[in-house]
Design a binder for this molecule. Structure first.
Ligand SMILES: Cc1cc2nc3c(=O)[nH]c(=O)nc-3n(C[C@H](O)[C@H](O)[C@H](O)COP(=O)(O)OP(=O)(O)OC[C@H]3O[C@@H](n4cnc5c(N)ncnc54)[C@H](O)[C@@H]3O)c2cc1C
Length: 384
């Protein structure tokens, strides 16, 4: 009986959450991994992130959760507040999507998560290639063995059993294997800022009834929080263009409570991020030959349920588990992976889009965001 795994050597394109967790999971199971990342400097950057229990479970599976717990802020409930004065409307326990032994949610700095992941990837012996990309992917049989010959930007080639495109919502890998679908704007934009964490902030809070769609924040470290404001699309997305604190202060007028305090702290020099929210859900299959795309490259949802990173990390852990099962082969694993992942990510994406729609059109007669949110998180308590 053949008990060899489906892959001995894999090339992963992209070192975000998906590519890092996948590289780590494969390397820990004895697979040789080459990780190709476009950025020259592979350090963490960006804002805060809200991680649900099922994301934490995936991080525990690859051994980085303990370190993350020392930096992030776990909590088990969500508080709803009135926008104008921050008075409490309700406090809701949140389902433990990663199991009862894990917090239901954790707020973290994206840079903390990225730094922990990159350190672990290096420590696991992954061959990390920075500042480069893939320029050609050819499925070929060499000496009777199926595989992929991958050309990198410097002209060198790598021979691997599988290529995984984890290069995000604008995936080049996806285009290179002939999948033409791309992301679409959902119709709303999000402002994000990292601010000083007020002492009273002990969990995520969401403000309703204000002039914009929704505002909220999460604690992300002992002294920092991450605040956001969802509103209609401005005429363009200006990700990464520099400080725009003054503009966010203007746009967030009308919010009181702790959000109001954060608003007061904004100055023209405060670095904020504004971007359009986009979504994509690839038709199946997400693979062509021996190349598959996963994470945001295959499915990206609006952050209304804070499940994007969780779906990415789950993809990575599940794919690594299936590829390294004794006797597995790539031709069988890729469709089986699709079958396992598709219902779960389709449900999350569909429900996130529904919530976005109701934020934009709150007068819809059937609007019931609490029900959809609860149904989604309860469904996610089932294993990935
Ligand atoms: C505004 C916003 C808020 C969000 N908030 C949350 C939240 O609170 N909780 C949550 O769970 N999720 C959230 N998400 C979703 C989450 O951030 C994403 O689902 C997740 O980060 C995607 O990870 P990824 O690794 O698949 O893609 P990415 O993070 O996009 O990583 C892709 C990597 O590939 C690299 N790359 C790109 N092109 C190439 C190339 N051609 N060659 C080599 N490398 C390449 C990039 O440099 C990058 O490092 C949010 C998303 C947005 C947009």
């Amino acid at each position: 009986m053949d008990v060899s795994p489906a892959v001995n050597r894999v090339l992963v394109v992209g070192g975000g959450i998906t590519g890092s967790v996948l590289s780590l999971a494969l390397a820990q199971k004895g697979v040789e991994v080459v990780l190709v990342e476009l950025r020259e400097t592979w350090t963490g950057m960006g804002h805060g992130i809200t991680l649900q229990g099922n994301a934490l479970k995936a991080f525990r599976d690859v051994g980085i959760l303990d370190e993350l717990m020392t930096r992030g802020v776990p909590f088990d409930h969500l508080r709803l507040k009135a926008a104008h004065d921050g008075s409490v409307i309700a406090e809701l326990p949140t389902p433990h999507t990663g199991g009862d032994d894990l917090p239901s949610t954790m707020g973290a700095l994206r840079s903390d998560l990225a730094d922990i992941l990159t350190a672990a990837v290096h420590a696991a012996g992954v061959d990390v290639r920075l500042g480069t990309t893939v320029t050609a992917i050819d499925d070929t049989v060499v000496e009777g063995r199926a595989g992929v010959t991958v050309t990198l930007a410097d002209g060198t080639t790598e021979r691997v059993d599988l290529v995984v495109g984890a290069d995000g919502i604008r995936s080049q890998t996806r285009a290179m294997i002939g999948i033409e679908q791309g992301p679409r704007p959902v119709g709303m934009g999000i402002w994000r800022v990292v601010a000083k964490r007020p002492a009273a902030m002990d969990c995520a809070e969401v403000y309703y009834g204000g002039p914009k769609f929704k505002a909220g924040y999460s604690p992300i470290s002992d002294d920092l929080c991450y605040a956001y404001l969802l509103e209609e699309n401005l005429d363009r997305s200006f990700v990464g263009e520099g400080p725009k604190g003054g503009l966010l202060k203007e746009r967030s007028a009308g919010y009181g409570g702790i959000w109001g305090e954060i608003r007061e702290s904004l100055t023209d020099d405060t670095l904020v991020n504004y971007q359009w929210i986009e979504a994509i859900m690839l038709d199946e299959p997400w693979f062509r030959g021996r190349t598959i795309v996963v994470g945001d490259a295959a499915h990206a949802c609006p952050p209304l349920i804070a499940q994007g990173a969780a779906m990415c990390a789950e993809d990575a852990v599940v794919l690594a588990e299936m590829l390294t099962a004794p006797g597995a082969d790539v031709e069988t694993v890729l469709p089986a992976f699709m079958e396992r992942r598709l219902p779960r990510v389709t449900m999350v994406l569909g429900n996130s889009l529904q919530l976005a729609e109701w934020e934009m059109h709150p007068d819809s007669p059937d609007a019931d965001p609490g029900r959809i949110m609860g149904q989604t998180l309860n469904a996610l308590c089932a294993p990935a």
